[in-house]
Design a protein around this ligand. Structure first.
Ligand SMILES: [Zn+2]
Ligand SMILES: [Zn+2]
Length: 155
């Protein structure tokens, strides 16, 4: 299977932004330009980003905002609580985040270097539906993470 990339978004940015604003409001938090830039950067990135990598990216693109790492951590956990972003653990090194509103895909995660490969296999998807049906289980969502070592890390 060749490497696939899942770059399409299942929601328009404006709609996502509105969702984010009402999430903040519900939690009694202020909507700030720093928080908006966090959302926007996640929306525009096809990578799975650690909070630190996201911080670096924002510092590079919008240094004048002086977005602190603590703001990034807080905003990411808010976004994750409401499924607007999802996180992938890659062992002791931490977590990487991606936008929730991407076409469905599964992940292979290297515990050596944290590299993440996205894939979608129709057979696996179908099997999961059959298994759920057998148990009378209604699937709402699923995520599959395969952990191991990438080619580079095996040497
Ligand atoms: Zn690796
Ligand atoms: Zn992904």
């Amino acid at each position: 299977m060749s490497q696939q990339s899942f770059t399409s978004r299942t929601i328009e940015y404006e709609a996502l932004l509105e969702e984010f604003k009402s999430l903040l409001k519900k939690n009694g938090e202020k909507f700030t330009i720093q928080r908006e830039v966090i959302l926007e950067t996640l929306y525009n990135s096809d990578e799975h980003l650690t909070p630190e990598a996201l911080h670096q990216l924002i510092q590079k693109q919008r240094p004048e905002l002086k977005t602190g790492i603590a703001t990034i951590y807080r905003t990411l956990s808010r976004l994750e609580e409401s499924d607007m972003v999802t996180s992938l653990s890659f062992g002791a090194q931490g977590k990487k985040y991606e936008l929730g509103a991407k076409d469905h895909h599964d992940h292979m995660i290297c515990t050596g270097c944290g590299d993440i490969t996205e894939f979608l296999d129709e057979e696996i998807e179908k099997r999961q539906e059959l298994i759920a049906a057998e148990f009378g289980f209604k699937i709402e969502d699923h995520s599959m993470q395969i952990y191991g070592l990438c080619k580079n890390c095996q040497d």
